[in-house]
Each structure stands twice: as structure tokens, then as C-alpha cells.
Design a binder for this molecule. Structure first.
Ligand code: F6P
Length: 523
């Protein structure tokens, strides 16, 4: 039997979790691992020891270990783009030589981190100031996708450490986003960071141009330039926008957008929390890298996350997975993970171009607890589809005076996991719960910068693990291109250019006619 066949056989007659606990009183410990202060508990799943062994056999058969080592060694494992995958190098600036196509990338990583720290210290101390005087009290970070989601999530996560300028993120091309943010800042005291790896992304460049216009109106054309810095690999394009090279922070093409929080894309976070806290976050991620590279699968948190994900989606057939942080400051983690996981593993062909025999990754969604309990958890408990849940919860919060809140938060998190597992058999049908619904729990001491780094890096590696097991390339994203191209075609038609409608299909033409009010204004 292949590992896939063994797994299918294991899943054919799934045990009840409560029976697994009844026959093995030590299950909570036997199906949990600890690493560098984290504890990952996957005992509330239908995994038996045999199923787990089959998952480890699958990892070996898929060549997970050698593939991981190739990635960390700088091999071009992003094959469709011929690129190495080395976002991990950003969090290990002091490591030894690391060659990408024969060139050691470590010096440029060290140099960029030092430049970022110098810039951040300058802005935070007031040494780098607006041309018209005063201090930079606000930062507006303009970017989208991987150039916004990670920093925004981390900014929220590290709020207790934010003692620098206040940072706002603008991503959507909807002018409402920029307008509402600019209304909250004093432009004379605002630094605008344009974060775009390519410096061509429509949303970011449109927002950047409009921000420049607003700044010029507020401080004058000459002074406006002094309010900008860029995060981009395209130094010439940033220069063409009017940003001098010393205000441009770049990174190599071995760092994918959704994995880029750890370098210059994280500059707004560094401005908010300072270089020291930022470095602690890098250290946490690096600790997770070491753990991923050295722990056997049975003790390896990212490997277990990926293997259990595959068990639930590919083997048990559960179509989605919910990420539920019981930590308000991780409220944006599900959004970050949506891009990280769905842009990485939302594929249907493999490295060889053939259809994936076992499909791609699942839909990932979620929200912070306890709010989620008053929103969608009804469906998770009693709906007709099973949604494996991943809870995240800390031992302590930051609010010592509100420790009783934290105790209630923990009680609710544990209650959700227990209710999903046990269900309720008595009462009328509408009050019954089938139970036997799986969940895992990632526990941590407290949400510090180090812990945030550990958590996010664990999820990054989980995506990689899943990608290797499924045989796909997690590091390209061709699926976002077609819509971008079509928006290019539709732009002239929406703008009313003569003859542009002829390019459109009937559905688009009809919608556009209505949106333009061709047949009179909507009431
Ligand atoms: O959404 C597609 C994408 O290419 C992401 O992968 C990337 O993070 C984002 O757009 C932004 O790209 P850029 O940093 O080049 O503006």
C-alpha cells in the first residue's frame, strides 16, 4: 500500500475522538508537541497512531526533508519562475555564506537591515524630519497583498510595543481607503512609504500618485518629495517617481511578496516598534526555522500543521479550514494566512504541469475569538459541513489589570474545542450537536514579537509542507494575472473611450451600461 492508500484506509472508518481519549488516557500528551515555548495540541482530531505514521511515511515518500534542505540551501525550487525561496535569510542576517546562483546574498541582507534600522532610528528620534520642520508623527504605508497584509497584521499584533509614529495602511484602489486614512493624519507630519516589490502594481501606484498630489497640495511641490520613501526591488522605477536611492529599500527576487514581512516590507512595523523589537520578531521566526530544519516529523510543528491539514482536506474531504485566534491583536492573522496559503497552494496543476492527483490546498478563513462565536460558529457546530478549526491562544495577555478578561478568553477557547469534540446527544433535534468535529490548538506564553515571529514562520513552513506533499509550486501566483490583464482592457471602456465597448463580452457590456447610467440614473 502507498501512504495515500494507507491514509484512505485509515479514514474509511473514522473513530470517535471521545473513544480515542477513552482508550488512551495519555492522548492529550501523546498528540501534542512542544518547541521553544510553544505547545501544539492535535489530540482533538480523529488521527490514530497508525494514521499519523502513514502521514509521516507520506512526508518521507514525498521527499519533504530533501526538498526543505534544498529550499534552505538556495536552490531554485520556485521552478516556474526560476527563483530561490529564501525569505528565511531575511531573519538570519548574521548567518554564513548563502549563495543564490553563485552569489552570496548575506551581505546585501545585512546591509539592508542596517539601513532600515538607521532610517527607523532617524525617524523615531526626529533626526529624519519633514522638510518643513517638526517630526514625522504619522506613517502611511501604501501597498497591497503581500506588501500590506503582513505588516498590517503584525502592526496590530504588536500594538503594546508601538512607541513610534502611528502607522496607517492603504491598500485598496477604492479612493475611499486613501481618503479615509489621509483624513486621520496631518500631512505636514506624514511619511509615505510606497511598498511595492515591482513598483508597477496598479492599486499601489494609483494610491501613491494620489497621495503625492495630496501632499503637494498640503506642503508644496518642492517639499513633498521629502515625505516619501520606497520599499521596492525596482530602484530605477522608484527614482522615476522621485524617490532618491538612499530612501529606497530593496530585496532580492528570492523573497516572495507574501513572505516579505521580514525585510523592507516590514519597515513601517520597524518604524512603529523600533529596530530592537523588530529584531526580536526575526529571532522568533529564525527559531522556528531551526526547529523546522531539525525536529523529526513527530515533533515538528510546521510539519504537523501541514500533515494534519492534508489529512483533513485531502483524506477526510473537509473543504475549508478556520483559523481562530483567541487573541484580539491577531484579528488580522486569518487575512494574512488567506493570502499566504491560498495564493501559495490554490493550484490545480503540479510541478510537472499535470493535474494534481489529490487536488490543491483548502479554503482558509477565520476571525478572532470570542467574536467568531457570535457570528459563524453556529455553522461550525451544527452546520452540514465539517470545518476543522485551528485555535490559537496565549497563556497570558498584556493587560495585567484585566487578567480576568484573559481567563474568560481562555475558558471560551477551551469550551469551543470541547463542544466541537463532544457535541450533545440529548434534547430535540435542533438542540443536538453531532460532535466529533476536529480542532487543533497552538498555545504560546504571551504574544511578544518573538512569539509572533514563531507563529508566522510556522504557518509559512506549513504552506511549504503542504505544497511539497501535494506536488505543487507554492511560490508562484499566476492565478492573479488574468484578472489584472482584463482590468487593463476594461479600463478604457469604463472611462468611456470611443469603441472600447466593442472589446467586451455581452455580460460586461450590459453591466457597464448600467453602471454608467446609459439608460438613465438608477433611482
Ligand atoms: O496579488 C498578487 C501580488 O502579485 C502578490 O503576490 C503581491 O504580494 C502583491 O500582488 C503586490 O505586489 P507588489 O509588491 O509588486 O506591488
Amino acid at each position: 500500500m502507498t501512504p495515500w492508500e494507507s491514509l484512505a484506509a485509515e479514514a474509511a472508518h473514522p473513530p470517535r475522538m471521545s473513544d480515542l481519549f477513552a482508550t488512551d488516557p495519555g492522548r492529550a500528551g501523546a498528540f501534542s508537541v512542544e518547541a521553544d515555548g510553544l505547545r501544539f495540541d492535535y489530540s482533538r482530531t480523529a488521527l490514530t497512531t497508525a494514521a499519523r505514521d502513514a502521514l509521516f511515511a507520506l512526508a518521507d515518500a514525498a521527499g519533504l526533508g530533501p526538498r526543505r534542505d534544498a529550499m534552505f540551501g538556495g536552490a531554485p525550487i520556485n521552478e516556474s519562475e526560476g527563483r530561490a525561496v529564501l525569505h528565511m535569510a531575511l531573519r538570519d542576517p548574521d548567518g554564513g555564506r548563502l549563495a543564490v546562483a553563485g552569489r552570496d546574498v548575506r551581505p546585501e541582507i545585512r546591509d539592508t537591515l542596517a539601513r532600515m534600522a538607521g532610517f527607523a532610528r532617524g525617524v523615531r528620534s526626529g533626526a529624519i524630519a519633514p522638510p518643513g520642520g517638526g517630526r514625522f508623527a504619522h506613517v502611511v504605508h501604501i501597498g497591497i497583498g503581500g506588501s500590506a497584509l503582513g505588516p498590517e497584521m503584525a502592526l496590530r499584533a504588536l500594538t503594546p510595543h508601538a512607541d513610534g509614529p502611528d502607522v496607517h495602511v492603504v491598500s485598496n484602489i477604492d479612493g475611499a481607503h486613501l481618503t479615509d486614512v489621509l483624513a486621520r493624519v496631518d500631512l505636514r507630519a506624514t511619511l509615505i512609504l510606497i511598498a511595492s516589490k515591482t513598483f508597477t502594481t496598479l492599486e499601489t501606484m494609483t494610491n501613491a500618485e494620489s497621495a503625492r498630489t495630496a501632499l503637494a497640495a498640503a506642503v508644496g511641490e518642492r517639499q513633498a518629495a521629502g515625505h516619501f520613501a520606497a520599499i521596492s526591488s525596482a530602484v530605477e522605477k522608484a527614482a522615476a517617481f522621485g524617490i532618491p536611492a538612499e530612501r529606497v529599500f530593496g530585496f532580492g527576487d528570492y523573497v516572495g511578496g507574501r513572505y516579505s514581512l521580514w525585510g523592507p516590507i516590514g519597515l513601517s512595523l520597524m518604524l512603529a516598534v523600533g529596530p530592537e523589537r523588530f529584531r526580536e520578531m526575526l529571532d522568533g521566526a529564525r527559531a522556528m526555522d531551526r526547529h523546522f530544519c531539525t525536529a523529526p516529523w513527530a515533533a515538528n510543528i510546521p510539519a504537523l500543521l501541514g500533515l494534519i491539514g492534508l489529512w483533513h482536506h485531502q483524506i477526510c474531504g473537509f473543504p475549508t479550514r478556520a483559523v481562530l485566534p483567541y487573541e484580539q491583536r491577531l484579528a488580522l492573522l486569518p487575512a494574512h494566512l488567506q493570502q499566504l496559503e491560498m495564493e501559495s497552494n490554490g493550484k490545480s496543476v503540479g510541478l510537472d504541469g499535470a493535474p494534481l492527483p489529490h487536488g490543491g490546498g483548502p479554503v482558509v478563513w477565520g476571525a478572532a475569538g470570542t467574536d467568531c462565536q457570535h457570528a459563524f460558529m453556529q455553522l461550525v457546530h451544527q452546520g452540514s459541513q465539517v470545518v476543522p478549526c485551528e485555535f490559537l491562544v496565549g497563556r497570558a495577555g498584556h493587560e495585567a489589570a484585566l487578567a480576568h478578561h484573559h481567563r474568560l478568553l481562555v475558558a471560551n477557547c477551551l469550551a469551543q474545542a470541547a463542544a466541537l469534540m463532544h457535541g450533545r446527544a440529548d434534547g430535540p433535534p435542533h438542540r443536538r450537536f453531532a460532535g466529533n468535529r476536529p480542532s487543533t490548538m497552538l498555545m504560546y506564553p504571551r504574544l511578544t514579537p518573538f512569539v509572533l515571529g514563531q507563529i508566522v514562520a510556522a504557518y509559512e513552513h506549513r504552506v511549504f509542507v503542504e505544497g511539497v506533499l501535494l506536488g505543487l509550486n507554492s511560490f508562484d501566483q499566476w492565478g492573479v494575472e488574468l484578472g489584472k490583464e482584463m482590468a487593463g482592457t476594461l479600463g478604457p471602456a469604463v472611462a468611456g473611450e470611443a469603441g472600447a465597448d466593442a472589446e467586451l463580452d455581452p455580460a460586461a457590456r450590459a453591466a457597464l451600461a448600467w453602471l454608467r447610467g446609459d439608460h438613465g440614473p438608477a433611482s
